[in-house]
Design a protein around this ligand. Structure first.
Ligand code: SF4
Length: 238
């Protein structure tokens, strides 16, 4: 089934070969930066949180889980504990019970308990504002650290999730060799001061239009504009 990419193409007859103005990644990036800002002028952070700590825990919970489901359980978790000090006093089994709907509850509960203890012991109960210190916390990888740096602290970062990794390949901004390579390529192509809002806009577009399956690469505005002569999907790597 094709996604409902019900946006009109940017002009021309799709039946005729057309001149493509977007033959380089830099030209495609400039168009995307402008067009996505028009489509998504507002960039609300999808995971509900009240500060850097609650965002960190929410991002950790979002692994292999939807943001909607995470937002459904975090109010109950914050009611029990919403600071590292308070969370480090909650038994792991109790945390697991609350977060069970998110999946991987035992691992996530252990990580939340352990990182809360470490925040108290090593960082005075505060979330550190550096990639190295964030990535040293249990359960916190580079993507999670990037989300916290961007969305809690406003530091330039480009978290690459599955939506962004897929779109970057379908829009030929990267060869998709790895998530790490995609992040490097996107950072090279887009102005640093746009990264934080742009990564959210890419996620919004990916969720709305560009699902993992079911698209032939020709159905919605952006692909039809960037690749007017495309006739079939390009394979994407995970
Ligand atoms: S691959 Fe291109 S045409 Fe297909 S949904 Fe994604 S952006 Fe739209």
């Amino acid at each position: 089934m094709k996604p409902s990419g019900g946006i009109a193409p940017a002009g021309g007859d799709a039946g005729l070969a057309m001149t493509n103005r977007f033959t380089t990644p830099a030209a495609r990036a400039a168009y995307l930066d402008r067009r996505l800002a028009e489509l998504y002028p507002e960039t609300p952070v999808p995971l509900w949180h009240q500060d850097a700590y609650t965002l960190l825990v929410a991002v950790l919970l979002s692994a292999q889980c939807t943001d909607t489901r995470v937002n459904g359980i975090t109010p109950g978790l914050w009611a029990v504990a919403d600071t590292p000090e308070a969370m480090s006093r909650v038994p792991v089994a109790r945390i697991a019970e609350i977060i069970r709907p998110c999946g991987l509850a035992p691992q996530k509960a252990r990580a939340i308990a352990a990182l809360s203890r470490l925040l108290v012991e090593r960082h005075g109960g505060r979330v550190p504002r550096s990639f190295a210190e964030l990535e040293a916390l249990p359960g916190v990888g580079h993507k999670t650290a990037s989300v916290v740096m961007a969305q809690a602290f406003g530091e330039p970062a480009f978290p690459v999730d599955t939506h962004i990794h897929r779109l970057a390949q379908r829009w030929k901004l990267t060869d998709g060799r790895s998530v790490e390579q995609t992040e490097r390529d996107l950072k090279r192509l887009f102005p640093r001061e746009h990264w934080n809002r742009l990564h959210l806009r890419l996620i919004f577009y990916g969720r709305e239009h560009c699902t993992a399956r079911g698209c032939d690469g020709t159905v919605c505005e952006i692909c039809r504009t960037l690749f007017p002569n495309r006739r079939r999907a390009i394979p994407t790597r995970k």
